[in-house]
Design a protein around this ligand. Structure first.
Ligand code: PEP
Length: 251
């Protein structure tokens, strides 16, 4: 099954107005002229969303947020509704990133509730899963990831509204990357889990991204694995030349 690749930048809590606008404009301009065969997405912090939306205007680069509330509106100080994200021009929202699972004790059940709220608001979701170093070293990586996928996906998840990102926690922001073979083993396992949880048709179409220190020097070998359908990229998405080089490698 041929799946269109997706290269997504997770800017995390980085950037101020002027440098972020410049980054988005550089990406938009390059994507407009190169017309890559993959889809491209950037996910800035909440406060930059509307500025970046404008900076991307006229390009096919999509916009995403990094989290959302499970609620539609109301007394939830500090939270952001998926309806507000949709209204701000977002196409996607990242949910269950390991930094949120760790910093905010987000459980898979909460991630699932947020995913359902986001789908109801008309957003697409990227659901992040991944094992810690201790879990990998004790041989539990596949089991942990399987549990997270089963418990985090929305009812109604399908290949048009949901993307999974496998991000081994020990590889995020550390410079350590899973070998293409180790990553592919987990991706193939996730696809089998999707057959059981959803259907064979959904499993064969749903994109599964790899995230964890993906950079220009390792992107090509990861992206050529049969079940790796793109990347969720943190550090290397903050420099336009690195991010654009990864996009080229995805072609
Ligand atoms: C991420 O934040 O999702 C990520 C994979 O970060 P990095 O590329 O910096 O490891």
């Amino acid at each position: 099954m041929q799946r269109k690749k997706l290269i997504a930048g997770n800017w995390k809590m980085n950037g101020l107005l002027s440098d972020s606008k410049k980054l988005a404009q550089e990406i938009a301009t390059a994507v407009k002229s190169a017309k890559p065969s993959c889809d491209v997405l950037v996910c800035p912090p909440f406060v930059l969303l509307t500025t970046i939306k404008k900076a991307l205007r006229g390009s096919k680069v999509m916009l995403g947020a990094q989290d959302c509330s499970m609620f539609e509106k109301g007394a939830h100080t500090g939270d952001v509704s998926p309806y507000q994200l949709k209204d701000a021009g977002c196409d996607f929202v990242i949910l269950g990133h390991s930094e949120r699972r760790a910093d905010h004790k987000e459980s898979s059940a909460l991630v699932k509730a947020k995913a359902e709220a986001a789908l109801n608001a008309g957003l697409k979701v990227i659901i992040c899963v991944g094992e810690t170093l201790a879990e990998r070293e004790s041989g539990k990586a596949l089991e942990v990831v399987e549990k997270q996928v089963k418990a985090s996906l929305a009812n109604g998840a399908n290949a048009s509204n949901t993307v999974i990102a496998y991000e081994p926690v020990w590889a995020i922001g550390t410079g350590k990357t899973a070998t293409p073979q180790d990553a592919e083993e987990v991706h193939a396992h996730i696809r089998n889990v999707l057959v059981q949880k959803c259907s064979k048709a959904i499993a064969s179409r749903m994109k599964i991204l790899y995230g964890g220190s993906m950079k220009p020097s390792n992107a090509a070998e990861l992206l050529k694995e049969p079940d790796i359908d793109g990347g969720l990229i943190g550090g290397a998405s903050l420099k336009s030349e690195d991010f654009l080089e990864i996009i080229r490698k995805a072609n």
